[in-house]
Design a protein around this ligand. Structure first.
Ligand code: SAM
Ligand code: SF4
Length: 428
């Protein structure tokens, strides 16, 4: 989501006559798009700003965008006085005006208002990838998970009209994009604000029908709003990729309640059952937090059991990181850092064994990949399967021609914990 926010901000800059340069040293305006989901991400921003402090004297202008900007607000001007712009994502619709103020010489420009019903829709998007494009369909978050800073940094939930999403998707297909990734903090909480009133399942089905679009992905789904209609829509059209990312956070219903996640383990497992009994094999991935305040060894064991039960294809795992403004800050019974670390490693080790086993099941099968790039060192092409696995492959007939963006059938010959290896089975 941050990558795509940057694409829209860069597009706005280009449309106002700015030029992009490769190195920060060559820039007159340096903008940091920031993340504050965990403390480590936030600290990085201040370290980077410090590194460039002396450049400020040479007439460079600095800005901080995104979640750290929203969270720290004007305090950033005190901590890094060479910064001239502090702007959270909810204010991006006014980003163009802020640039005008900066150019007029203003050195304390802010965009920090969170009370908005606007989304950042801009025709000026400088997309990094010529084949796969992101489309934000919903911004902000109305949930209140006890550990999470997002509702305080990205503002209330607001969906774009289905008409504007469809127009953007059709425009991308006409320009040759074949893969679309729909984005939102809780993408499946989408609710069309126009009279058409589409829900997420309806939007998914319609985007997948656009001529020229071969793959549609979406991230991130909140389990509470993951309804059966979504699985039915996916089953009905293979353009909707064979992958669902459904963050569980914990396998213990007690911890889930303390986190205010709005579902129990059983309710989560019902969604997993829909996917396991669906018309196709879907790869399942998740996010897990270890060491949430009050998480006992027994709770943690329940998370490990959940991994056995679900058999995820991959997961993102995090040590709980206390965040400002959140309900969990006041919770007692903190898990010591060393114990968080131990739980994280135990979880990752278990998941690695599961991935080794699951990836090996693909050996001998043929999968279609979209070619994403070339690994020169290995002499292999980098492909991605519909179910979001990396499948690196050799393609003897390519003679060095770029295959990037093409769709090819590849036979899997080897597997590892994080990727597959194969050889293409078609002559191009
Ligand atoms: N909206 C999505 C959901 O509800 O599942 C998640 C979005 S959040 C930006 C991405 C992930 O960061 C979460 O799923 C969670 O695992 C992790 N995360 C969020 N806050 C965290 C915190 N304070 N400490 C550790 N991990 C955190
Ligand atoms: Fe954060 Fe929860 Fe909202 Fe996801 S649903 S962004 S974890 S508050």
């Amino acid at each position: 989501m941050n990558v795509h926010d940057s694409e829209k901000v860069i597009g706005t800059l280009l449309s106002q006559g700015y030029l992009q340069v490769e190195e920060p040293e060559d820039a007159g305006l340096v903008l940091y798009n920031t993340c504050s989901i965990r403390d480590k991400a936030e600290q990085k921003v201040f370290n980077r700003l410090q590194n460039f402090k002396r450049e400020a004297g040479k007439g460079k202008v600095f800005g901080v965008l995104g979640c750290v900007a929203q969270q720290e607000g004007e305090k950033i001007f005190d901590r890094a006085p060479h910064v001239s712009l502090v702007c959270g994502s909810a204010s991006y619709p006014r980003f163009g005006e802020m640039l005008v103020q900066l150019e007029a010489g203003s050195r304390r420009v802010t965009g920090l208002n969170l009370e908005t019903d606007e989304t950042f829709d801009t025709p000026f998007t400088r997309r990094d990838n010529p084949h796969r494009a992101y489309i934000t369909i919903i911004e902000g978050c109305d949930k209140s998970c006890a550990y999470c800073v997002v509702p305080f940094t990205r503002g209330p939930e607001r969906s774009r009209t289905s008409e504007s999403v469809m127009a953007e998707a059709r425009g991308l297909a006409e320009r040759g994009y074949t893969e679309i990734q729909l984005l939102g903090q809780n993408v499946n909480s989408y609710r069309d604000p126009s009279p058409a009133g589409w829900d997420f399942a309806a939007l998914l089905a319609r985007v997948a029908e656009i001529p020229g679009i071969r793959r549609v992905r979406y991230t991130t789904s909140h389990p509470r709003d993951f309804v059966k209609r979504i699985v039915d829509a996916m089953d009905a059209n293979p353009v909707l990729c064979d992958h669902v990312h459904l963050p569980v956070q914990s396998g213990s219903s007690r911890v889930l309640a303390a986190m205010d996640r709005l579902y129990t383990r059983d309710e989560y497992m019902r969604r997993i059952e829909w996917l396991k009994n669906a018309g196709r094999r879907y790869s399942l991935t998740t996010d897990i937090i270890v060491g949430f305040p009050g998480e006992t060894e027994q709770d943690f064991q329940q998370t490990l059991d959940l991994l056995d039960e679900v058999q995820y294809d991959s997961l993102f795992s995090f040590k709980y990181s206390p965040r400002p403004n959140t309900a969990a800050l006041a919770m007692e019974d903190r898990v010591p850092e060393e114990e968080k670390q131990r739980r994280l490693l135990t979880l990752q080790e278990k998941q690695r064994a599961i991935q080794i086993r699951r990836n090996a099941e693909w050996i001998g099968r043929i999968q279609e990949v979209m070619v994403e790039g070339r690994n020169q060192a290995l002499g292999q092409w980098i492909g991605r399967t519909s179910d979001n696995r990396t499948l690196n492959f050799s393609h003897p007939g390519s003679n060095g021609d770029s295959l990037v963006g093409r769709y090819l059938p590849v036979r899997v010959t080897r597997s590892g914990p994080n990727s597959l290896v194969g050889e293409s089975v078609s002559v191009v």
